[in-house]
Design a protein around this ligand. Sequence first.
Ligand code: HOZ
Length: 426
Amino acid sequence: MYERSQQLFEASRRVIPGGVNSPVRAFRAVGGTPVFFREGRGAWLVDADGRRYVDYVGSWGPAILGHADPQVLEAIGEVAARGLSFGAPTELELEMAEFLVKALPSIEQVRLVSSGTEAVMSALRLARGFTGRSLIVKFEGCYHGHSDFLLVKAGSGALTFGNPTSAGVPPELTSQTLVLDYNDPQQAEDAFAKFGEKIAAVVLEPVAGNMNFIRPSQAFVDTLRALCTKHGAVLIFDEVMTGFRVGPQGAQGVFGVKPDLTTLGKVIGGGMPVGAFGGRRDIMAKLAPEGPVYQAGTLSGNPVAVTAGLSTLRRVLAPGFFEALSATTAALVEGLAREARDAGVPFSGTSLGGMFGIFFREALPQTFTEVMQSDKEAFNRFFHAMLARGVYLAPSAFEAGFVSAAHGPAEIEATLAAARDAFRAP
Ligand code: HOZ
């Protein structure tokens, strides 16, 4: 069934470690051979063997309009024809910066980079430079890219492989990272009572999307905001996943919390490599060349990438976009829950905007520990049963799912028909 993918994977393993350029793609969590894709159109992917799938990975978030959107393709074609990269300022990056500053009230100034990892790494250095402190607080199961300080008890691929703290990261570095439990405001209070004067920043996925999908309690985000304000620490919302994905102002809009710095990626590049970090003007002023905190990038603000992002973002902020996307995503999750119930399978699911989580356990998890209690084997069987029926889910029980504006009733119906069988598959 997956002959060409198998051939390509074997060839890839000879020249690429593990045959993939990012670990979670290797299918090790779910078993089997990763599917190689040759094409994407709207909500659909076509694999190397010509099989079609409804896609719920969406390139791990960016493809909010679906794949190969004609307007985005036209826009980047025009810009690409005038040159791919200059390593110098362009009007397009100004347009992108103005767009982000207008869209997100917490952002007074913003700098563009090329990935989410780069954005969070840079925001942390900036927070440390601004406060003159070293300690950072993160939460177990949250993933903020693969920079050294943040690869401690991380989620996503790190969690999938049971190695959430990477080899190659000196203990001297991770000793500067305090890891607390997600959704536990009291623990955060205690940590600040003890280390408050030393904490440079708290970095949070304001909806966790790398240990599957977990909403924060309002008390949790409010407490973090209050503690950072009281102790002079920088509150960083890592909205690489949630920015322009769970709502027009990201998770900060949904929960009504104003972070000091925000990191962005994924949707803001519309499928091209774009990241950004921005926030309070007094903090951003510490960045070189204005201030002493160094940060740079040859491809930062790349005109083609920025154009893909801008033409995506303009559509995402059009009236009614999120209402429609949220309704489609909710219909998917409610439908899956109905099919699971009919098949007698313990299951729960939730969504926000175009992002969702499904769990093989009765009650929705609120914490990392509860996520770990879901039935991973049941997910793996479901994953393969859905794949065989033409539905592509993230190949790990610890990843969130994504729906695009190109998903309509036909795709949802096809998915639910597949699930009807898949929940009953041996
Ligand atoms: N860290 C991404 C998922 N949360 C995976 C990126 C990829 O493999 O493309």
